[in-house]
Write a protein that binds this ligand. Structure first.
Ligand code: GRF
Length: 192
């Protein structure tokens, strides 16, 4: 992972597909003095992602890529990242799987937030599976992205207790709240 040099902030792109609540927390964090990152670009795989509204609100450049041709899309994304001198990619609810080629080109500079205590529950429906298995804890993890889904080195994790009364909705709300603190904490951990 790139280290912070001098006082220059790391130009960061946030990739989203949906609500963008983690995007919002990262933008807010990036505006603090202690933040090593600067959110320079928002990439969305979905034209109607609610999170895109934050681009306007915070005056950040945004670009939507929803073409089915993965190779072409990734080529375009890579040239955009080059144009804006992006040095870190934060996946935040990005619902596309990046190719091994893309990941290799940005090796060690892509991180992701996942709503489970990895290595448990890689992939989707994490809360549903945790409740079904009667787990005592759920949680969230920030990890490096490798070509193996949700399997890269874990940077930081946080637990959330699952109560008897919890359902998928209440649990995902509790975990999401933790996520908003965990992503900035992961970035501080990487760069400090
Ligand atoms: C979060 O739960 C994140 O862990 C997962 O997708 C969700 C995105 O939520 N990868 P939001 O778009 O940041 O609100």
């Amino acid at each position: 992972m790139v280290k912070l040099t001098g006082l220059k902030k790391i130009k960061t792109a946030i990739f989203i597909s949906g609500a963008g609540s983690n995007l919002k927390s990262l933008i807010k964090f990036s505006k603090t003095k202690k933040s090593p990152i600067l959110v320079e670009l928002i990439v969305s795989s979905n034209q109607s992602a609610k999170g895109l509204n934050f681009a306007k609100k915070y005056n950040i450049k945004k670009k939507v890529f929803n073409n089915r041709d993965v190779k072409l899309t990734e080529k375009k994304i890579l040239s955009l990242l080059k144009k804006y001198k992006i040095n870190l990619i934060c996946l935040a609810g990005y619902m596309k799987i990046l190719s091994a080629n893309f990941i290799e080109k940005f090796n060690g500079k892509i991180i992701n937030i996942h709503p489970s205590l990895l290595p448990r529950y890689k992939g989707l429906k994490t809360h549903e599976r945790a409740i079904k298995n009667k787990d005592k804890f759920a949680g969230c993890s920030v990890h490096y992205v490798t070509s193996k889904l949700d399997s890269g080195k874990i940077i930081i994790q946080e637990k959330v207790r699952i109560l008897k009364k919890d359902n998928i909705k209440t649990l995902s709300q509790k975990v999401l709240k933790k996520e908003h603190k965990l992503y900035p904490a992961a970035i501080l951990k990487i760069f400090n």
